[in-house]
Write a protein that binds this ligand. Structure first.
Ligand SMILES: Nc1ncnc2c1ncn2[C@@H]1O[C@H](COP(=O)(O)OP(=O)(O)O)[C@@H](O)[C@H]1O
Ligand SMILES: [Mg+2]
Length: 392
């Protein structure tokens, strides 16, 4: 088929040709937005799930909805380690400035927004990451520029939210890969969201991240558990997975037989990233339409090769030798969720002896602990990929 017309888009956060199976989350978010217009404020939303399941895509979609309903929306992607911390803080300050300017232009409310822009410019979250180093004098200091992260975040959010409230608008902070947010900024944000709830400031955190995110939040603030509506994003149920493939194909003038569709959906396990990869492959390998079983089998093969060259190694190559040994041991248990002790034993260690490598792999977002003493991959299909690797 004509490659130019290929509608499928495997890739991180790329808008899919058909966003299927997420009505529940979209509806509950739209309700939150609608209620906020009436100054009925609900809890923010946290989306969690494995890699490639569609969290970033959904988060962006929700931000678009909020934008269209007149919210001030700021997007942020957290990153691990210290370098990530300062980059993310700088980015937050910058995004705020950009977001406020855009908001003021779209809504023609310069008088309201200009003073907030001043504050956003002063808000740099002390580029140094240690305790406050800024010593500005007493009462004349600028708002949100004390160098104390808790205070600055709170002053900033209060100023923005109280300015937007009379308009029935709200301030939405959309944070992707939220499990990687540095703990000081995370605690400050959770605290201010908590306060916002009590004081009825229209400020909402909408977060997305790996399945360990709820645990990370609970560790940062004990009340985080009650602070959000938590929603698990999983693989698509069969009808949604079928629609995610068949609708885009038909929209650009192709077709696919029911059995061919079934082959692709089954091979994908309903995972959106795999659906996009297999969809793209069948479009490219099929000589003509409708796509049949032969096309589907070939597409699965081609699609898997692509995954083995991109999706999987992008994580695998970032590991240390010892992490690789740990992940290989986990893959070799053959279990969805393996007891940590068993994984450690397979690499010739004890649970205690392997706890450092286990923790570093968790920090890198490769694995997570579904429950105490158990461990699982954050990437669907990762175990099979590892078992396919040549042993060196
Ligand atoms: N609901 C969906 N239906 C079909 N395709 C989707 C859906 N959600 C995401 N995708 C596609 O899946 C891939 C992975 O999405 P992404 O949002 O990056 O996942 P995650 O952030 O969970 O790793 C992208 O190519 C995207 O276009
Ligand atoms: Mg993502």
């Amino acid at each position: 088929m004509d490659r130019e017309l290929n509608p499928f888009k495997p890739g991180s956060g790329l808008r899919p040709p058909a966003l299927e199976g997420r009505d529940e989350q979209i509806d509950s978010f739209d309700l939150l937005v609608a209620r906020s217009k009436r100054r009925n404020y609900d809890r923010g939303l946290i989306l969690t799930g494995l890699r490639g399941v569609g969290k970033t895509t959904l988060l962006n979609t929700l931000a678009d909805h909020a934008d269209r309903q007149g919210w001030l929306t700021i997007g942020l992607e957290a990153r691990p380690n210290d370098a990530g911390t300062s980059a993310v803080r700088a980015k937050l300050a910058q995004e705020l400035t950009v977001g406020l300017r855009r908001y003021s232009r779209t809504h023609r409310i310069h008088q309201l927004i200009d003073p907030l822009l001043e504050i956003a410019r002063g808000f740099s979250l002390g580029v140094g990451l240690g305790p406050a180093s800024v010593t500005l004098g007493g009462s004349s200091r600028a708002l949100a520029a004390s160098g104390d992260i808790d205070l600055d975040v709170e002053e900033l959010v209060e100023a923005i939210a109280t300015a937007l409230k009379p308009r029935g608008s709200a301030f939405g902070l959309f944070i992707d890969e939220m499990q990687d947010l540095d703990s000081d900024l995370l605690s400050a944000l959770l605290a201010v969201a908590h306060r916002a709830g009590q004081r009825e400031w229209p400020f909402f955190i909408i977060g997305a991240g790996l399945p360990n995110l709820p645990a990370v939040l609970a560790e940062a603030r004990s009340y985080a558990e009650r602070q959000f509506l938590y929603s698990t994003i999983g693989p698509l149920p069969k009808p949604a997975a079928e629609a995610a493939l068949a609708d885009p194909i038909r929209r650009v003038g192709g077709d696919i037989t029911p059995t061919a569709l079934d082959i692709l959906v089954t091979a994908s396990g309903g995972y959106p990233y795999f659906l996009q990869e297999f969809g793209k492959a069948i479009w490219n390998v099929a000589a003509d339409s409708p796509f049949d079983d032969d096309d589907a089998h070939l597409a699965v093969e081609v699609g898997r090769t692509h995954l083995d060259e991109g999706f999987f190694p992008s994580r695998w190559t970032r590991t240390t030798e010892r992490e690789r040994r740990y992940l290989t041991a986990l893959a070799n248990t053959g279990l969805e969720q393996a007891p940590s002790g068993q994984v450690a034993a397979l690499m010739g260690s004890t649970a205690n002896g392997a706890s450092d490598v286990r923790n570093s792999a968790i920090k890198k977002g490769l694995i997570w602990a579904p429950e105490h003493g158990r461990i699982a991959f954050t990437v669907p299909g990762m175990a099979d990929f590892i078992r396919r690797q040549p042993v060196d």
